[in-house]
Design a protein. Structure first.
Length: 337
């Protein structure tokens, strides 16, 4: 079975073709970073219009790369939510229209489920069950994943997600958009420890996160004295070290609490080099194996949606009706039959 995956939840248009017997056939992604740079963040209306412009050419591209025809597509999976309503509608309408034309099933996928399952596209892939650390621009969560649809929330952020904290801190330091990658690049040239920032909730005894206060601590430190280039780099390095230490500590605590020997990291922040190094080292000391998606699949992408769709359709999960869910609790996603 060949599944077309469509991702259009925010500012990236991603399409991919996944075959249940041959694996990932092709994928293509268009990022809207240049489109939104002048605004310092995503403008929903501009994002939606750009999805309309990009989605058909990307379909042509993935079909050409896979060397198949549209009529070879057996099913279509699309991101039903959560995300920007207008952006989601573009992918949803395209998926249902194409599905009607090809007379194939169409299934809506939860965006975070796509991220949770994306490490299964890598080689080696983790086996169920595992603990997942989901860290992206809008989400920081720890989940126990028993199988497709078997998701139990262990902990989440009570305010800013890690990715949001990166972006907001980057803005405080005068960095451009997108802020997270810019801050990580600056941090690589600095030395943590010159400034001392808090590690919020690191010893709270639960598995929740809080990063809003960390951003405020950066603001306070930056106002104590004028920052030269070296000081900005050191402050960025200390901020990144604080976030990574909290994420690593909580993730390993979640594994210990559940008895898991496999830890999966997914989402855009999962591409952070320091986070990967910290998790790999900390997990190895406790006999835990860490799995990461390929760097190309850390950000939003069509491959994770195609794969999640293939898994659900392969388990006889029902295809959905037309609709989008800008707000959609992952806990309400139907488990596998």
């Amino acid at each position: 079975m060949i599944v077309l995956g469509i991702e259009s939840s925010c500012d990236e248009t991603g399409l991919a073709l996944y075959c249940t017997s041959r694996g990932l056939l092709s994928h293509a992604l268009h990022s809207q970073v240049d489109l939104h740079t002048d605004y310092g963040g995503v403008v929903p209306e501009l994002a939606s219009r750009d999805h309309v412009r990009r989605i058909t050419p990307l379909l042509v591209e993935v079909l050409a790369r896979a060397r198949i025809k549209r009529t070879d597509i057996d099913a279509i999976a699309y991101t039903e939510g959560p995300g920007l309503a207008g952006a989601l509608l573009v992918g949803t309408a395209f998926a249902h229209g194409l599905g009607m034309a090809l007379d194939v099933p169409v299934i809506g996928i939860h965006h975070l489920e796509g991220h949770l399952l994306s490490p299964l596209l890598a080689d080696p892939a983790p086996e169920f069950p595992f603990v997942a650390l989901l860290v992206s621009g809008g989400h920081t969560q720890l989940m126990h994943v028993a199988g497709v649809g078997g998701y139990t929330l262990l902990g989440e952020t009570v305010d800013d997600a890690a990715g949001e904290a990166f972006d907001k801190t980057a803005k405080l330091l005068g960095l451009g958009y997108p802020g997270g990658p810019a801050l990580s690049r600056l941090a690589a040239t600095g030395t943590p420890g010159r400034f001392r920032l808090p590690r919020p909730k690191i010893a709270s005894g639960d598995l929740d996160f809080s990063f809003s206060g960390l951003k405020t601590a950066v603001l306070t430190a930056s106002r104590q004295a004028p920052l030269d280039d070296a000081s900005r780099a050191d402050l960025a390095a200390e901020f990144q070290a604080a976030v990574v230490e909290v994420l690593v500590t909580k993730a390993l605590a979640a594994a210990a609490q559940t008895g898991a020997t496999r830890l999966v990291v997914a989402g855009g922040v999962g591409a952070n080099v320091q986070l990967r190094a910290g998790l790999t080292t900390g997990a190895a000391a406790k006999g835990i194996r860490v799995y990461y998606p390929d760097l190309a699949f850390c950000t939003d992408n069509g491959a994770m949606i195609a794969f999640a769709g293939a898994m659900r359709l392969g388990l006889a999960m029902p295809a959905g009706a037309f609709g989008v869910r800008p707000r959609w609790d992952l806990g309400s996603v139907l488990p596998a039959a």
